[in-house]
Design a binder for this molecule. Structure first.
Ligand SMILES: Cc1cc2nc3c(=O)[nH]c(=O)nc-3n(C[C@H](O)[C@H](O)[C@H](O)COP(=O)(O)OP(=O)(O)OC[C@H]3O[C@@H](n4cnc5c(N)ncnc54)[C@H](O)[C@@H]3O)c2cc1C
Length: 306
């Protein structure tokens, strides 16, 4: 099996190698793994036959060079981390080579002699299995495959940066605050159970006590504008994987929880004992947040200060 892994940063290559090794093992085939890295600086990783380096920070201004590498290499599959640029690039490559693409693959399974790419659907309540055939491209969920460190010094081939059929002449950064809820270890989620913007202070206080950040459901950011869009958790917002997620007054709609159910521990607070969020939670507090939070914060503050 000949494969190409796309990487944007050094840690992508160890993970991609784990994904490709698992695929080759399931298929019972020898692996020839190649990598294409898109970054300002080149980086190396053992276990790859060839590493192509496109020296750019902009995916869009180098798309032509990526197609050129694809023309040089005939591969059975292309994989990429399931990040925005990876999904975007793989979609373009799939269209160009007339391939089939699957996103968010979290495991590779062999069932009755066939190899399947598995990905969660319906907010993690079900798993879809796509039978792998050569020509299938896929993005894998970051953190699901144990990275492989392999010794070796593969050649790095510099690829001339070429734009595709269009060039990006300028990029205007979206105005954003300093918050990075995607890498926060603790996230306190604010939902429509909060009655006003002012009440969110309670969630901020809790987050501060726990050394975390405040996140929110879509209505809080998109409809009410009570919090910045940087804090919006969900399929159309940010994906979080904290050690602790505390959704408060959030019902647990699939579009929200799908982007949070990789959290290590989820402790939900909701006044409705039948709220779907409890199906995804490790611990649940059935309570009115207006009664629960002041007491919880007070007790926590006393314990933490001691
Ligand atoms: C295409 C599409 C994309 C979407 N993308 C996203 C997304 O990225 N992120 C996202 O979050 N949503 C997204 N949504 C919206 C999603 O379907 C839900 O509507 C949204 O997540 C609901 O937000 P919520 O849980 O805050 O509000 P609600 O569903 O209204 O839930 C409020 C919860 O608060 C509880 N509650 C009320 N008062 C209290 C109280 N005093 N104390 C304790 N609990 C209380 C209620 O019991 C209820 O469970 C998307 C929808 C679509 C169609």
């Amino acid at each position: 099996m000949k494969a190409l892994a796309i990487g944007f940063k050094p840690s992508d290559l160890g993970e991609a190698l784990a994904v490709l090794n698992r695929l080759a093992e399931a298929l019972g085939e020898e692996l020839e793994a190649n990598a294409l890295i898109i970054s300002k600086e080149p980086f190396k990783h053992g276990g790859f036959h060839k590493i192509y380096h496109v020296k750019t920070a902009s995916l869009y201004n180098s798309i032509g060079s990526i197609y050129k590498v694809m023309d040089d290499l005939t591969v059975d599959t292309v994989v990429s981390p399931n990040i925005k640029d990876g999904v975007d690039l793989l979609g373009r490559v799939a269209t160009k080579i007339d391939g089939f693409m699957v996103t968010e693959v979290s495991s590779i399974e062999k069932i009755d002699g066939d190899v399947y790419l598995a990905r969660p659907i319906l907010g993690g309540r079900a798993t879809a299995y796509y039978r792998y055939t050569p020509g299938t491209l896929f993005t894998y969920t970051v953190g699901k495959f144990q990275p492989i460190d392999e010794a070796g010094e593969p050649d790095v081939i510099e690829v001339t940066t070429e734009p595709g059929s269009y060039t990006v002449v300028g990029v205007e950064e979206k105005k954003r605050g300093a918050v990075d809820i995607e890498s926060a270890e603790v996230v306190v989620g604010v939902g429509r159970g909060f009655r006003s913007k002012d009440d969110i202070k309670m969630a901020s206080e809790l987050a501060e006590l726990l050394g975390g950040e405040v996140g929110c459901s879509r209505p809080i950011a998109a409809d009410f504008g009570w919090l910045d869009e940087d804090r919006w958790i969900g399929i159309s917002g940010k994906k979080i994987r904290p050690k602790l997620y505390i959704p408060i007054g959030i019902s647990g709609a699939p579009q929200h929880i799908m982007a949070a159910n990789d959290s290590k521990v989820i402790v939900a607070v909701n006044k409705d004992k039948n709220a779907p969020i409890f199906n995804y939670s490790d611990y649940g507090v059935v309570a009115d947040l207006y009664q629960f939070l002041p007491v919880f914060i007070k007790v926590l503050r006393e314990r933490l200060v001691k």
